[in-house]
Design a protein around this ligand. Structure first.
Ligand code: ADP
Ligand code: MG
Length: 280
């Protein structure tokens, strides 16, 4: 089997904000020389060191690395929740200056609005945008079906299991039709069986909806099972050390994990990660 690691990625095109031009492909996301340095009077800490990363439309990319390698920081910067110290991030050609409906987020902690029902949670963004009742109903039905929670449409989050809550959170994010779905260890708090089911559901959703996804995880199997490409990060300073293209097609079932190809890739990635885990 051929070696899998590759880097660096092509540098994103420098220049001012670009609007999509017909016939010209631009990356969905480009992270260009991005550093994030946290400072106080007494210390300085480089959470991200000169990150370059390009994600194409419809791609599923995982950020994989030990804790403290800046995965969440990078996701927050792409979300526009914090500015980079240096460099620039563009989504669909436009420089990120703050949060926006073009970037949907799903976090590890359940973040549904507890005072809204499942339906109302999913419709939240559509309502904010002033979509008609008919449109909201159509979109909510679509995603209720996708996540298999039609029977729970009128339930409040507290009545749902963790896995169900995360399904609603994913539906709520997708209902806004974001350019990109940013997910930070969304299944990290789930039991292994539920986690596996959620991963399969996410692969299906991604396949059907064509969403661009950036998925943060420290779980090697999860990264391989879900992604087309894995960006491996290390800590101190947070940086990209390698990239792996995952050679499996879109339709992936649970059994993929038992194949020799899967296990081979897993071993290679674990070996690549071991030295940087010890570095911490
Ligand atoms: P990961 O998600 O890979 O575990 P994070 O992005 O959460 O890593 O954190 C990367 C590093 O940056 C950690 O060492 C963390 O302590 C530090 N860090 C994150 N946010 C802040 C902050 N607001 N102030 C200071 N340090 C921070
Ligand atoms: Mg994190």
């Amino acid at each position: 089997m051929t070696p899998v690691f590759q880097r660096p990625v092509e540098k994103a095109i420098p220049g001012e904000d670009r609007q999509p031009e017909p016939g010209i492909r631009m990356p969905r996301i480009s992270v260009e020389g991005v550093s994030k340095i946290y400072r106080s009077k007494k210390w300085e800490f480089t959470a991200l060191d000169r990150i370059d990363l390009t994600v194409e439309e419809g791609e599923f990319v995982s950020l994989l690395g030990p804790s403290g390698s800046g995965k969440s920081t990078l996701l927050r910067l792409i979300a526009g929740l914090e500015p980079p110290t240096e460099g620039r991030i563009r989504v669909d050609g436009r420089t990120v200056k703050g949060p926006g409906a073009d970037r949907g987020m799903v976090f590890q902690r359940y973040t549904l609005f507890p005072w809204l029902t499942v339906e109302q949670n999913i419709a939240f963004g559509l309502r904010l945008r002033g979509e008609s009742r008919a449109k909201r109903r159509e979109v909510v039905e679509h995603y209720l079906r996708k996540i298999g929670l039609e029977a729970f449409r009128s339930a409040y989050p507290k009545a749902l299991s963790g896995g169900m809550q995360q399904r609603v959170a994913i539906a709520r994010a997708l209902a806004n039709r974001p350019s990109v779905l940013l997910m930070d260890e969304p299944f990290g708090a789930l039991d292994p069986i539920t986690k596996g089911q959620m991963q399969e559901m996410l692969v299906q959703l991604w396949e059907q909806e064509g969403t661009t996804v950036i998925f943060v995880t420290h779980d090697v199997e999860e990264a391989i099972f879900l992604s087309q490409r894995i960006v491996i990060m290390a800590a101190n300073p947070g940086r990209i050390i390698a990239e792996v293209r995952v050679p499996f097609g879109r339709s992936r079932g649970y059994d993929l994990r038992d194949t020799e190809a899967f296990l081979h890739l897993k071993r290679q990635i674990v070996r690549r990660l071991e030295p940087v885990m010890a570095e911490k």
